[in-house]
Design a protein around this ligand. Structure first.
Ligand code: COA
Ligand code: MG
Length: 294
C-alpha cells in the first residue's frame, strides 16, 4: 500500500553502482531502477541480477522501490519480472503499452509469480507510461483501467516523438508543441477518470532548474501529483512544487472547517473570501490536505 506521497520518482540506470549509491541518499519519494532505455541492449540480461541485488540488499530508507521493465511485446519484459520479483519491488513501471492487453499480460504474469514467491496476491503495483506509442495514446483510457494493480499513469514524449518522426517537441520559448501537450492533457484526464495518480514526465534539460520549476507548477495546475526526475538536482525542485504551501494548506483546512459548520445548518453553498464555494471546492480542499500528507 501507498505509505507516502509520490512527488518525485527518481530514475537510476540499472547497473550504475555509483548512481545507485547516491540515489539512496537523495530526498526522492520513489526510486525507479531502469532495465529499459538507460540500459544497452547487450547488457539487459546482466543487469537484471544487479537490480535484484540492489532491491534485496540496499536500505531504501522508506523510498518506494520500482523497476522499469522492458515492453512486454519485446520478449524481454517477462524475464525482467521473473528475475526481479523475488526481491519484492513495490511494483513495475510499464513502458510503451499499445493497448490494455499489454498491461493485462504483465498483470497476469504477476498473478502467477506472486504466489510462487510468497508475495500476497495483487500487491505488486504498476505505473504505466501510457503515451509512448501513438496507439497507446489513442487507447489511454483502456490502458489506465486495464488492471486494479495500476496506481498511477505517466506520459512520455521522447518515444512518441520518435515513433511519429517529430523533429521537435517544444517551441522556441520551451513550451510544448501540440502533440506533447495533447499527450500530457490526456494523461491527466485519463488518470482522473481511472481514479489513479497522474505523474508528469521527465524534464530532460536537467541544468535548467528554473524551467523545471515552471513545468512543475504547470503540472500541479493540471492535476499531476508528482514528476519523474533523472538528475539529483531536480528532486528538491519537484518536491517543493508538488507539496502544497503552508498558506494553501491552511486555506484548505479553513474551508473544510467552514463546510462542516455550514452543513450543520443544511447549507452547502456559501461565500468564502468574496467567492461562491460549493461541493467541488470542498473536494479540492480535501485533495490539497491529502497532497500535504494528511
Ligand atoms: N541518480 C543518482 N545519481 C546521479 C544521477 C541519477 N539519476 N544522475 C547523476 N547522478 C550523480 C552523478 O553520478 C554525479 O555524482 P558525483 O557528484 O558523485 O560524481 C552527480 O550526480 C552529478 O551528476 P552530473 O555530472 O551533473 O551529471 P552526469 O553527466 O553524471 O549525468 C545524466 C547526467 C543525464 C547522464 C544522468 O543524470 C542520468 O543518467 N540520469 C538518469 C537517466 C535515466 O535513467 N534515463 C532513463 C529514464 S528517461
Ligand atoms: Mg523511453
Amino acid at each position: 500500500m501507498k505509505t507516502r506521497a509520490r512527488r518525485s520518482l527518481h530514475f537510476v540506470p540499472g547497473g550504475n553502482e555509483k548512481m545507485m549509491a547516491k540515489a539512496i541518499t537523495l530526498p526522492a519519494d520513489a526510486l525507479i531502477l531502469d532495465l529499459e532505455d538507460a540500459v544497452p541492449p547487450g547488457l539487459k540480461a546482466g543487469t537484471r541480477p544487479i537490480v535484484r541485488q540492489w532491491l534485496g540488499d540496499l536500505d531504501f530508507g522508506g523510498r518506494e522501490r520500482w523497476v522499469r521493465m522492458n515492453p512486454i511485446a519485446t520478449g524481454l519484459g517477462r524475464a525482467d519480472l521473473e528475475d526481479t520479483i523475488a526481491a519484492r519491488p513495490d511494483g513495475y513501471v510499464i513502458p510503451k503499452p499499445r493497448h490494455a492487453t499489454d498491461v493485462r499480460e504483465v498483470a497476469q504474469l504477476l498473478d502467477a509469480l506472486e504466489p510462487r514467491h510468497g508475495i500476497p496476491s495483487g500487491t505488486t503495483r504498476l505505473v504505466v507510461i501510457a503515451t509512448e506509442t501513438p496507439e497507446g495514446l489513442l487507447n489511454i483510457h483502456e490502458i489506465a483501467t486495464a488492471t486494479p494493480r495500476t496506481v498511477a499513469i505517466s506520459w512520455g514524449i521522447e518515444d512518441l516523438g520518435a515513433a511519429m518522426g517529430l523533429p521537435r517537441t517544444r517551441d522556441a520559448d520551451g513550451r510544448y508543441l501540440d502533440i506533447p501537450r495533447y499527450a500530457r492533457v490526456m494523461c491527466a484526464i485519463a488518470a482522473a477518470a481511472a481514479g489513479v495518480e497522474a505523474i508528469d514526465t521527465v524534464y530532460t534539460d536537467f541544468a535548467d532548474l528554473e524551467g523545471l520549476r515552471r513545468e512543475c507548477e504547470d503540472g500541479v495546475a493540471m492535476g499531476f501529483s508528482g514528476k519523474i526526475s533523472i538528475h539529483p538536482n531536480q528532486i528538491p525542485v519537484i518536491n517543493a512544487a508538488f507539496t502544497p504551501s503552508a498558506a494553501e494548506l491552511e486555506e484548505a483546512r479553513e474551508l473544510v472547517r467552514l463546510f462542516e459548520q455550514h452543513m450543520q445548518r443544511g447549507i452547502y453553498a456559501f461565500t468564502y473570501r468574496g467567492q461562491m464555494v460549493d461541493a467541488p471546492h470542498l473536494a479540492r480542499a480535501r485533495k490539497v490536505i491529502t497532497r500535504a500528507g494528511g
